[in-house]
Design a protein around this ligand. Structure first.
Ligand code: MG
Ligand code: MG
Length: 598
C-alpha cells in the first residue's frame, strides 16, 4: 500500500521536508500550498527534486472557498482555480484537495454546490487533474463526510471525488461505517491523523493537536478498515498539525510518522511485521558516570554489593536480589554527567525483538564490542536510551552476564527484590512518540497520560508496561523545552518492607529526600493509620498512596547527576506510581537542590 505524508506534517524548508519524507521511506507527499509559496524553487525544480528523491506528488492542497457562491464570485473562483491548475501541471500533481467552504458568502444550497463543483471538475479535467472534495469539520454548510459525498454524488462528474480525513470525520463524532456506502473509486484521497480526547474548539483542536495515528484517542484503524472495504486503492496519507511537529526536526518526525503508519497498516492487516516480543523483566539498568564514587556510596547504602566487573570495559555490576545496576565509567559523555544510559530487557526471543524493532525503523545500534563479548542487540529509544534485548532462553550465547567476571564481595542486603520501574524523562517534543515507540516496538501497554504539577511548571507523565508489571517504564516530560530541572531519571527498587529498607539505608549513611510536614497532616486527614505509623513515615520521608487495588509506600534518595533511586513497596495489587505524590516530591527535590546550592 502506498504511503504519503503532507509537507505540513514536517518542520523546516520544503527541501528539508521532502528529504526527510524520502529518507523515512514514504512513497509520496502532499504539497501544502504554503510550503510551495515560501520555497525558493520553481515548480519544475520541486518536481525534479521529488523525482530525484523517488517521491510522487500525490496531492496538492488546499483550494479553499470555491463552491455554493453567487455567480460573479464563482467566476472569480474559477479564475483562481485555473492558476492553481496551471501550477499543478508544472508540478506534475494530478489531484487537488478542495475543502468545503468557510466563506460567509457561501449559501446552504447543495444543488448549487454540486453544479459549481462539477464546473470546477470540468476545468480540472482539461488539465488532467482530479478534484477531491473534503468536508472540513468547521465548514460553513458542509462539515460531515456523508454530506460532502452526497454533493459529489449529485454532481456525478468523473473528475470529482471525495477526500476522507480521519480528523474531520472522527472529531465530528460521525459514524465511519457509512464510508462503506461510498464506491472506492470515488474516494480520491485518504488523510489520516489522530488526536487526543476530549475535545476543545474543533478549529483549535485541529490546528494544534492533530497527531500521528496511535498517538491520540481516535479509532483511526477502524476508519481505515471501512475505507479499505470500499476498494479504495489510493495512498494512506498523514496530514498532521500540532505545535510539536512544527518545531521538531523533520528527519526524526518523518521516521516517527512512518512508524505510526506501519503500526496502522499492521493493525488493519495491510502489512506484516515480525510479531512483537514482549519483554518479561529488567535484566539491568546501566548508569554512566564520570565519577563512580557518589553512585557507589549510594548503591552501597541501599544494600547492593559490587559483585562483578566487565572483562573488557570499566563497568561494574552491582546486585541485590534480582535488581542489577551497571555503573559504567568509560562510556560517559562527560557533559551529560551521571545518567541512565541503557536498559537491559529480558526477552524470550532477543533476535525476534531486534527484528521487530528494525522493521519499525528503530535501527539496531552498532556495538563497540571486544571479540569475546556476548553478542547483544540494542536499539535506541526516542530519548536516546539504549535498549538491550537479553535472551532468557538457554542456550542463548547472548548472555550478557558472561561478559562479567565475579569479584569478591560481602553479601548484599535482602531489602531490595528487583527493579519495579524506571522513570525516563523524554525530550519535550518526543513525548507522544515515546509512548508509541514503546507500544509498537516493545509491545508494552500504555496507561493514560497524567499531568503533574511542578512548582515551576507542569509535567506530563505516561506509564508503559507489561500486563503482569514485569516491565514498567514511566515516561515523563517537562512543560518547556528549556526546563532543565525535569531531566531527572530514576530507578525504583521494589521492597517488601519500605520502612526497614529506608531505615537500613539511613543507618548506612544514606540521605533520604525530606518531605514537608504539611504533607503528613494532609495524609492524616485522608487516610487512617495505625498508631505511630504516620510518625514513622514523616521521620523517614515515606509517601503514601492507595487505590482500589492496594497501597503504595515509597521514598526517594537524593539525586546524583540526573539520577535518583526510589524505594517502593506495593501492597495488594497497587498498579500506580504515586502520581498524587509527585508534586510533593518535585517540590521537595527543588528545595533540596536549592539547599545544596545547585
Ligand atoms: Mg485534510
Ligand atoms: Mg517512581
Amino acid at each position: 500500500m502506498r504511503t504519503s505524508i503532507a509537507t505540513v506534517s514536517l518542520s523546516g524548508s520544503l527541501t528539508e521536508k521532502l528529504t526527510a519524507a524520502a529518507r523515512a521511506g514514504f512513497d509520496g507527499v502532499e504539497i501544502f500550498e504554503n510550503d510551495l509559496l515560501t520555497a525558493p524553487l520553481t515548480p519544475e525544480e520541486i518536481r525534479a527534486r521529488c523525482a530525484d528523491l523517488g517521491l510522487g506528488i500525490d496531492l496538492y492542497q488546499p483550494l479553499r472557498d470555491i463552491e455554493a457562491v453567487p455567480a460573479g464570485l464563482f467566476a472569480r473562483n474559477l479564475r483562481r482555480a485555473r492558476h492553481k491548475f496551471e501550477l499543478m501541471r508544472r508540478l506534475g500533481a494530478d489531484t487537488v484537495l478542495v475543502c468545503s467552504s468557510v466563506d460567509p458568502s457561501a449559501v446552504d444550497d447543495d444543488a448549487l454546490a454540486a453544479r459549481q463543483l462539477s464546473d470546477l471538475a470540468d476545468l480540472a479535467d482539461d488539465f488532467g487533474i482530479r478534484v477531491a472534495y473534503e468536508a472540513l469539520a468547521w465548514g460553513r454548510h458542509v462539515s460531515t463526510y456523508d454530506h460532502a459525498w452526497r454533493i459529489v454524488e449529485a454532481a456525478g462528474h468523473p473528475a470529482l471525488g471525495t477526500c476522507l480525513d480521519s480528523f474531520h470525520i472522527l472529531s465530528r463524532g460521525s459514524d465511519p461505517e457509512g464510508i462503506e456506502d461510498i464506491p472506492g473509486e470515488k474516494i480520491f484521497f485518504l488523510q489520516l491523523a489522530d488526536a487526543p480526547l476530549p475535545a476543545m474548539d474543533v478549529l483549535q483542536w485541529s490546528r494544534h493537536h492533530r497527531c500521528f495515528p496511535g498517538q491520540g484517542g481516535f479509532d483511526v484503524a477502524g476508519l481505515v478498515r471501512h475505507v479499505l472495504r470500499t476498494g479504495y486503492a489510493g495512498p494512506l496519507s498523514l496530514e498532521v498539525f500540532n505545535d510539536v511537529v512544527r518545531q521538531a526536526e523533520a528527519g526524526p518526525t518523518a521516521v516517527d510518522a512512518r512508524r505510526s503508519l506501519l503500526m496502522l497498516q499492521e493493525e488493519v492487516g495491510a502489512a506484516e511485521l515480525p510479531a512483537p516480543v514482549v519483554p518479561t523483566g529488567f535484566a539491568f539498568a546501566e548508569l554512566v558516570t564520570p565519577d563512580a564514587d557518589p553512585l557507589a556510596g549510594l548503591l552501597d547504602a541501599l544494600g547492593f554489593a559490587r559483585t562483578a566487573r566487565h572483562r573488557s570495559k570499566p563497568v561494574d555490576l552491582w546486585q541485590q536480589g534480582e535488581a542489577r545496576i551497571l555503573v559504567n565509567t568509560g562510556a560517559a559523555v562527560r557533559r551529560d554527567g551521571t545518567r541512565l544510559a541503557a536498559v537491559g530487557l529480558e526477552s524470550p526471543d532477543a533476535a525476534g525483538a531486534a527484528r521487530r524493532a528494525e522493521a519499525l525503523l528503530a535501527p539496531v545500534l552498532p556495538r563497540l564490542r571486544a571479540p569475546e563479548d556476548a553478542p547483544l542487540d540494542a536499539v535506541a529509544a526516542p530519548d536516546g536510551t539504549e535498549l538491550f534485548f537479553c535472551d532468557t532462553r538457554p542456550p542463548s550465547g547472548g548472555d550478557w552476564r558472561s561478559d562479567f567476571a565475579d569479584v569478591e564481595h560481602a553479601p548484599a542486603a535482602t531489602a531490595v527484590r528487583h527493579i519495579d520501574h524506571l522513570a525516563l524523562t523524554q525530550p519535550w517534543h518526543h513525548f507522544d512518540e515515546a509512548a508509541l515507540f514503546h507500544r509498537s516496538v516493545l509491545g508494552l501497554r500504555a496507561d493514560e497520560s497524567v499531568d503533574l504539577a511542578d512548582p515551576y511548571g507542569l509535567q506530563r507523565s505516561r506509564a508503559v508496561g507489561t500486563a503482569d508489571g514485569g516491565v514498567r517504564i514511566a515516561l515523563g516530560v517537562g512543560a518547556a523545552p528549556t526546563d532543565d530541572t525535569v531531566h531527572a531519571q530514576h530507578i525504583a527498587l521494589a521492597t517488601d518492607d519500605v520502612v526497614a529498607a529506608a531505615r537500613r539505608f539511613r543507618a548506612a549513611g544514606g540521605r533520604l529526600l525530606p518531605i514537608p510536614a504539611n504533607y503528613y497532616d494532609d495524609l492524616a486527614a485522608r487516610h487512617e493509620f495505625a498508631d505511630g505509623e504516620l510518625e514513622t513515615y514523616r521521620d523517614l520521608g515515606i509517601l503514601y498512596d492507595a487505590d482500589e487495588h492496594g497501597t503504595l509506600r515509597h521514598c526517594y534518595t537524593l539525586t546524583v547527576g540526573r539520577v535518583f533511586f526510589e524505594l517502593l513497596q506495593r501492597d495488594g495489587a497497587h498498579r500506580g506510581y504515586g502520581a498524587r505524590n509527585a508534586p510533593v516530591r518535585l517540590a521537595a527535590q527543588h528545595a533540596a537542590q536549592t539547599r545544596a546550592g545547585g
